[in-house]
Design a protein around this ligand. Structure first.
Ligand code: SF4
Length: 100
């Protein structure tokens, strides 16, 4: 089909696709629920963060999260690149301030 894009298509959410780096993600080799712990799931979060520290694609993962992959319906969730949502909020603020 050619012509002007339909408004509904323009308003569709963008699904971010990770790069080939994701093939080396350590979290893909274990229980993914560790990276999305329930409220109060400190033990699971600590385990996820420990695994992240050894992950060879930690930097790529963090960039991917900061690009928006960690946010769904306005809520930022999960452990990405070894960081919590609160830590990524701080990183976003710092980057925004540095860019201003
Ligand atoms: S750094 Fe990212 S890709 Fe690596 S284990 Fe942690 S969440 Fe998974």
């Amino acid at each position: 089909m050619t012509g002007t894009p339909r408004p509904a298509a323009a308003a569709a959410p963008v699904l971010l696709i990770p790069g080939p780096w994701a093939e080396d993600a350590l979290c893909a080799q274990t229980d993914p629920d560790l990276w999305f712990p329930e409220i109060g799931g400190h033990r699971e979060a600590a385990t996820a963060r420990r695994i992240c520290r050894a992950c060879p694609v930690r930097a790529e993962c963090l960039d991917y999260a900061l690009a928006g992959a960690d946010t769904w319906n306005g809520f930022t969730t999960g452990i990405w690149g070894g960081t919590s949502p609160a830590e990524r909020k701080q990183i976003r603020r710092a980057r925004k301030a540095a860019a201003a």
